[in-house]
Design a protein around this ligand. Structure first.
Ligand SMILES: [Zn+2]
Length: 376
């Protein structure tokens, strides 16, 4: 249960506040043509070092398939080709409106462009909340999500970036929205937590992970991805029980499992299966790894690696147990998503019960603290 009386959460104000940083988000890949539209557009063609301003509404088409390839084939990739912005603060790509700037990048060995949105971090958080949660959820749940998502993005910004963007708008990182995804509640949630991020026990910014539904307990990053992040604990969460995806189960045929285990061993462990018969050791929900024999050799593989290969339809979460029935492998699981960090449906329930965002975050990140990294 929540220990609301002994919260270790502190809001540490830094002495000198930096201004709001900008984040570069990859919003689309491998485009053959890009049409950007806006009022009084400013266009910079970086490859020609030219700038141009248009007056009134203007639509500009970039043909990535032919023109860029021929004209710029001698320049190494990835290459920032063009930037477009408008004094109105909004630029459109197709039906989507974006705040900040749109940037076109030409990729190596690819007759196409990638599209990047360079956007102030606070605006990014405002639109993301509707995608990663739901813009109509209670404000305290959205505020908890705002801090977690901001931390994730901020941590990426701190890394020495060798590419032309910081994050992808996808489940790989976080799914960002467009201008129209912002709601009154998401604006309030980002405004009231402006600049707040989570730091680990050492005070270092640590990536804050979140997922849809833990199904009973959250997992540590090392249980899922192998890397240790400071401050994480596995937390028992009963708050998501009644919402979202029901407990799930399925079968994996013997031959399919042999194939998948072999692939997991090759991809993640520089190993392979010597035998085509698998003997599964007793499994439990507490185990984040499966123990199995191939011949007389014991292999220990992470359940999350098996999920990466099997796909989310076959294994919706990492919180599952595998057993053998009638010579077939059965899986029974709970929840949806990788299971690390904040359980979003649990956060929703906690907000409904009256917990504020600090209490929600302290439940899922009990050893982290909230720190204000910057202000307007
Ligand atoms: Zn949960």
């Amino acid at each position: 249960m929540l220990r609301t009386g002994c919260l270790l959460f502190l809001s540490l104000m830094t002495s000198a506040h930096a201004s709001v940083p900008s984040v570069k988000v990859l919003i689309a890949k491998s485009l053959k043509n890009v049409t950007v539209e806006g009022m009084d557009l400013h266009k910079t063609i970086h490859t020609q070092r030219s700038k141009q301003q248009y007056y009134g509404r203007k639509s500009i088409v970039f043909n990535c398939q032919n023109n860029l390839k021929k004209k710029l084939s001698f320049i190494p990739r990835p290459l920032l080709v063009a930037s477009l912005s408008s004094p109105t603060g909004l630029v459109s790509w197709g039906r989507h409106k974006y705040q900040g700037e749109l940037q076109l990048v030409s990729q190596a060995h690819n007759e196409s462009c990638d599209l990047i949105n360079a956007i102030p971090l606070e605006a990014y958080i405002t639109t993301l909340l509707s995608k990663e949660m739901n813009g109509s959820w209670p404000v305290e749940a959205l505020k908890a999500q705002a801090v977690a998502a901001r931390t994730y993005a901020y941590e990426r910004l701190q890394r020495k970036n060798n590419g032309l963007y910081d994050l992808e708008s996808s489940e790989k990182d976080q799914v960002s929205g467009t201008f129209f995804d912002a709601t009154e509640k998401t604006l309030k949630a980002s405004r009231e937590t402006e600049g707040e991020i989570l730091v680990g026990p050492s005070g270092k910014v640590s990536p804050a992970f979140f997922h849809s539904k833990c199904g009973g307990k959250t997992l540590r990053p090392d249980q899922v991805w192998g890397g240790v992040e400071e401050g994480y604990r596995s937390v028992n969460c009963t708050f998501c029980q009644k919402t979202g995806m029901k407990d799930w189960n399925g079968k994996i045929h013997n031959r399919k499992l042999v194939q998948m285990v072999d692939q997991v061993l090759k991809r993640y462990y520089s190993d392979a299966m010597a035998d085509q018969e698998i003997k599964l050791m007793p499994d439990s929900l507490e185990n984040s790894e499966l123990r199995l024999y191939a011949g007389d050799r014991l292999h220990i593989i992470k359940k999350s690696y098996l999920r990466n290969l099997a796909g989310r339809e076959a294994l919706p979460s990492n919180n599952f147990i595998m057993s053998v029935k009638n010579k077939e492998f059965h899986v029974e699981g709970h929840g949806y998503g990788h299971g690390v960090g904040m359980c979003q449906l649990g956060a929703l329930e906690l907000a409904k019960r009256g917990y504020d965002y600090r209490q929600i975050l302290s439940f899922y990140f009990p050893r982290h603290k909230i720190k204000t990294a910057y202000q307007q």
